[in-house]
Design a protein around this ligand. Structure first.
Ligand SMILES: [Mn+2]
Length: 399
């Protein structure tokens, strides 16, 4: 069976809204035409509360896919009920995550019969006498992941090719928190491991089997490692080979400019020259990220640089972003912002959770309600009054 693996569409992502939709559509359509089944390991949406027009985009995309003639048929063998047999199997990611038992937007697509959400279930895809089992672990915060894995104890299905699908940070790839699971700790016995969350693609091994992370279909963080082409994997369960198919995503070019000792006007000229140089080589409208390094000439301040005019000047030909965070003597940055910069792929929520837990630890917090549960209660999108009431109730349970 040919399995397409595509992830992190971030539909509704404000900065590149059109790119997110167009590139997800291209990836899904291309993938559907070359595969028997599709796996989506999270972050279909950019938000746990997508606006109706974003939901409509997603519904249109998945309805068109459902109407295709799929030779393989899917069902759920363990866990919840499926409302379609179309072999499009997904889990929610970090961006869609809500409190346990609350419906997230991927659940809505599942309930509408447009895909099968395997957050806490196992789907079986059958084509002729070939069987592929997909066990999902979805919408789980990093801090709870080990516990949930231990509780659910995922096991391969006999007689099938077994895939484990999740949406997590992995310590070897993002060594920023001890909460992140390591390769060794993943459940054993699966033939293929599929992860989302990390926005640049990665191929590796877990317990001797292939691990595939397709990366996002849209640019998000504009980091150096996002300059590669976007796309999706196709894995053949018979040959155990995979290939990466690229989509026509918008190109990112990152340019570093040394402005050391330059006057603001000279720095601006250097930036514009660099942008013009990039545009001379690019056919379509690229995203250009200019990273300024060094210290401007004595007697000038960062604000003298007047950088906001430059993106405007080029806006018909490129999306230009200028970062001055690497400049010496730059304004004070928030510690958290710096941390999140380093921890590529770590969501603000996970970052918030780790700060919260650190603080509780310093205060020698020792109640039974886990800090993570408390954080989830506070992070809920219900009214403030309800949130505080719930958090207090949780704390009182311990006393
Ligand atoms: Mn993502």
């Amino acid at each position: 069976m040919r399995i397409a693996i595509l992830s992190d569409f971030h539909l509704g992502y404000e900065r590149f809204r059109e790119d997110a939709f167009r590139q997800a559509k291209e990836a899904l359509e291309d993938a559907a035409s070359v595969s028997d089944a599709m796996l989506i390991p999270g972050d279909i949406f950019d938000s746990r509360n997508p606006k109706p027009d974003v939901l409509a985009e997603a519904i249109n995309l998945f309805r068109e896919l459902s109407e295709r003639n799929w030779a393989a048929k899917a069902s759920i063998v363990k866990g919840s009920e499926a409302y379609t047999n179309v072999p499009i199997i997904a889990i929610p990611g970090t961006h869609e995550r809500r409190a346990q038992d609350a419906e997230d937007p991927v659940d809505l697509l599942h309930l509408a019969g447009l895909l099968i959400d395997v957050s806490d279930s196992t789907a079986l895809i059958a084509k002729g006498d070939e069987k592929v089992s997909v066990c999902g672990l979805g919408g789980i915060s990093e801090e709870r992941f080990r516990k949930i894995v231990a509780e659910r104890d995922p096991k391969p299905e006999p007689g099938a090719f077994n895939i484990l699908m999740f949406h997590q940070s992995i310590y070897e790839l993002l060594p920023f928190s001890k909460d992140f699971i390591t390769f060794d700790e993943f459940p054993k016995g699966f033939d293929l491991y599929v992860n989302g969350h990390i926005h640049s693609r990665y191929e590796g091994r877990i317990h001797g089997s292939t691990l595939l992370i397709p990366g996002s279909t849209v640019l998000t963080q504009l980091k150096d490692n996002e300059q590669e082409a976007k796309g999706f994997y196709v894995y053949d369960t018979k040959t155990k080979q995979h290939s990466f198919n690229t989509i026509s995503s918008r190109k990112l070019v990152v340019a570093r400019i040394d402005i050391d000792g330059k006057k603001p006007t000279e720095a601006a000229e250097a930036i514009e020259r660099s942008i013009s140089g990039i545009l001379a080589k690019e056919a379509s409208k690229p995203i250009i990220r200019i990273v300024l390094e060094g210290r401007i000439s004595d007697g000038f301040k960062k604000m003298d640089m007047q950088l906001h005019g430059i993106p405007k000047k080029f806006r018909d030909r490129a999306t230009v972003e200028i970062s001055d965070k690497g400049m010496d003597g730059a304004d004070i940055q928030l510690d958290a912002a710096r941390k999140s910069n380093a921890a590529d792929g770590v969501s603000v929520k996970d970052l918030g959770m780790s700060v919260f837990m650190e603080k509780l630890q310093q205060k020698k917090y020792g109640l039974k309600t886990s800090p993570a549960e408390l954080f989830e209660a506070f992070a809920s999108e219900e009214s403030k009054e309800k949130v505080v009431k719930k958090a207090i109730e949780k704390l009182l349970e311990d006393l």
